[in-house]
Design a protein around this ligand. Structure first.
Ligand code: GTP
Ligand code: MG
Ligand code: NA
Length: 343
């Protein structure tokens, strides 16, 4: 068993939903960070990536006494913008992930970009969990910081429970109108055809242990095969950025396989394929965002899944959203150049 555990790569989870549903704030709550307040206008405008080592997830889910069920090395979480202008980034995020969290504001129900996100997930056949966020905004909500949602709900006065139940039923009906069965996760008896809803608060943390546990369990149960680690590198460029001291770098999501310092890579450039060698292979520290400037950890090699910053010569004209290939055998260069530009 130990050996198969080692061979699973970390699942990639994409966070999707309407603008201001609380996607970034939920991640802030898990990371104990404050990225959302630093965003211009409080609006996310890029894809972010954060790696959560399994120890952190175990610590956060301990209250549920279920950590024995967690068998993946960690979780790579991709944050996406909810503003309607960024449909391309939502599409990119959803194309990279193994599982997703669709964040819905309990006070607003399903909104235009909730539906757009839902359709992306459906068309790509991605399993997802609904985070019904902002439960603390229910009038009279008694905060129970970081409590499992079932415990938190038990603490609420009857009129809060009533409003909660009314809103949940309305939202379940809205999903039904989209042809989607949903149920509160602790009432969900049919995981194969009913998507689970986890009520959460990104401000006081209720429901976050549940959300994290459900995510790693879902990823693990439904995706053994998909998460099997392979040597075949699967990697997508998120952004091209100039960083002081490093020059032009690319932020990538390594979906599968392994990257080494010195690897020869091919990326898609505005003026044709770019062939270069990885000078530095960097990651933010665990639980830190790739898109936020900070100090980086240097690596000789990195295994999937990870958000990685690559520094190399000649990356200036790399096109974001395209694939990165590794040259394992110099005979392949021409074929890879061809393949990468057709991608
Ligand atoms: P975009 O990335 O711009 O689409 O927004 P987002 O979905 O990431 O939402 P964001 O995290 O920016 O939160 C939007 C606003 O809602 C901020 O003012 C948050 O403080 C607030 N907010 C988010 N989650 C909660 C919550 O659970 N409870 C309450 N009361 N406020 C929340
Ligand atoms: Mg955001
Ligand atoms: Na926002």
């Amino acid at each position: 068993l130990r050996e198969t555990e080692m061979l699973l790569r970390s699942p990639i989870c994409c966070i999707l939903g309407h603008v201001d549903a609380g996607k970034t704030k939920l991640l802030d709550c898990i990371r104990c960070s404050n990225i959302q307040e630093g965003e211009a206008g409080g609006i996310t405008q890029q894809i972010g990536a954060t790696y959560f080592p399994i120890e952190n997830i175990k610590a956060r889910t301990m209250v549920l006494k279920a950590d024995a069920t967690i068998k993946v090395p960690g979780l790579l979480v991709i944050d996406t913008p909810g503003h309607e202008a960024f449909a391309n980034l939502r599409s990119r995020g959803s194309s990279l992930c193994d599982v997703a969290v669709l964040v819905v504001d309990i006070m607003h129900g399903l909104e235009p970009q909730t539906l757009e996100s839902l359709n992306l997930l459906r068309s790509r056949n991605v399993d997802f969990i609904v985070a019904l966020n902002k439960v603390d905004r229910l009038y009279g909500w008694k905060k129970c910081p970081n409590a499992p949602i079932f415990n938190a709900l038990k603490q609420q006065p009857d009129f809060v429970k009533t409003e909660f139940n009314t809103r949940v039923s309305q939202i379940i009906t809205q999903f039904m109108e989209q042809g989607i069965n949903t149920a509160l996760y602790y009432k969900n008896k049919s995981l194969s055809d009913t998507f689970s809803i986890v009520p959460t608060s990104a401000i006081s943390g209720e429901g976050l242990p549940d959300l994290l546990l459900l995510l790693v369990q879902r990823a693990h149960k439904t995706m053994q095969e998909r998460l099997t680690y392979t040597d075949q590198v699967q990697c997508t460029v998120l952004e091209v950025k100039v960083i002081e001291g490093l020059g032009t770098t690319i932020d990538v999501v390594l979906v599968n396989g392994i990257l080494h310092e010195g690897d020869q890579i091919v990326v898609c450039g505005l003026q044709g394929p770019i062939v270069t060698n990885i000078r530095a292979l960097l990651t933010p520290h665990p639980m830190k965002e790739l898109r936020v400037k900070g100090s980086y950890q240097h690596h000789k090699e990195i295994k999937a899944a990870q958000g990685v910053k690559i520094s190399a010569q000649g990356l200036e004209h790399t096109i974001a959203g395209t694939a990165l290939c590794v040259v394992r055998n110099s005979d392949d260069i021409e074929a890879l150049k061809e393949a990468i530009m057709h991608d």
